[in-house]
Design a protein around this ligand. Structure first.
Ligand SMILES: [Zn+2]
Ligand SMILES: [Zn+2]
Length: 302
């Protein structure tokens, strides 16, 4: 492992500029690859593959990258931890250690200078996709020491493209060119933008139940599109909880599935929302419905 010192404001060198262009082209070509379906045609197998891979890998992103590796909201075995990392990385969102460290920086600097995901500090387009082409390539080892001790995760992080490349090959072998263009690239592009919406849209559109000291919002639409990640204001206020839809009406499919996995012993020690936070949320909902305004609350200590 080579610890890398990250400098948030450093000026990109010419080699970094070349790297940025390379990443930009890969990103653009991945979008254009979907258009290959005009040449190959679309088959029902490819469409089924597209939606299955979209939701299975979305689960890998939210249950793996986010709720496990970034926030440690539940525990599991080393074998299932590895499975989660492979599944998450099949989404082609880089290495698991990079993703989790990068996300921890987002929470630390949320909507403050240095938060590349903030549509408050940057334009909406930059917060959504522009940051990818910027100088965010290095893994912040100082932020992910807890998982960096596992050699298999360091290997996966280094060779992050192996799972998506294997999946793309499998899609081609299963369903031919339509399987590659629609099944793999179509679902990958949809998955990218689904994930990016949480960083961009849920910091500008939705309701603010809690005073999370940033612009994070709760948004039912993105919560449904992302298996529960749209309850972003809840999450920014109390990050330690596995559950992000705090109340029964806040649909959180990822939490429900993790709960089911806990019943069969695959995961355990799921961290729940404390009653004091739930009561605070109810109080603020009541205040909002009666007066239309809410008083600032003390920030939760996670
Ligand atoms: Zn988070
Ligand atoms: Zn956020």
């Amino acid at each position: 492992m080579e610890p890398t010192v990250f400098e948030a404001q450093r000026q990109p060198s010419s080699s970094n500029r070349l790297e940025q262009w390379r990443r930009a082209w890969i990103f653009v070509l991945s979008h254009l690859a979907v258009l290959g379906a005009f040449w190959s045609g679309v088959t029902w197998q490819a469409v089924v593959l597209c939606f299955a891979l979209l939701f299975v890998r979305l689960w890998g992103v939210t249950a793996g990258y986010h709720r496990y590796f970034s926030h440690r909201t539940y525990k599991t075995s080393r074998a299932f931890q590895f499975f989660l990392a492979v599944l998450a990385q099949s989404s082609s969102q880089k290495g698991v250690l990079w993703w989790a460290a990068h996300h921890r920086v987002h929470h630390k600097r949320s909507d403050q200078p240095g938060d590349v995901h903030s549509p408050i500090q940057n334009s909406f387009a930059y917060a959504h996709v522009g940051w990818i082409f910027d100088d965010t390539e290095d893994t912040r080892w100082d932020k992910i020491r807890d998982f960096a001790k596992y050699p298999e995760l360091r290997w996966l992080n280094k060779y992050w493209a192996v799972p998506p490349a294997a999946l793309a090959t499998a899609c081609f072998l299963i369903a031919g060119w339509p399987g590659l263009f629609i099944g793999f690239f179509g679902s990958t592009v949809l998955l990218w933008h689904n994930t990016f919406l949480i960083n961009s849209l849920t910091h500008v559109w939705g309701s603010k139940r809690f005073d999370a000291k940033d612009e994070s919002r709760n948004n039912m639409l993105t919560a449904l599109l992302t298996l529960g990640e749209g309850w972003h204001n809840n999450h920014h206020y109390y990050q330690s909880s596995c559950r992000q839809g705090f109340y029964w009406w806040e649909v959180d499919v990822t939490y429900y599935t993790l709960k089911m996995l806990s019943w069969v012993g695959v995961v355990w020690d799921i961290r729940e929302v404390p009653e004091r936070v739930l009561e605070e949320g109810r109080r603020r909902d009541r205040a909002l419905s009666t007066t239309g305004t809410i008083r600032p609350a003390v920030r939760a200590r996670n």
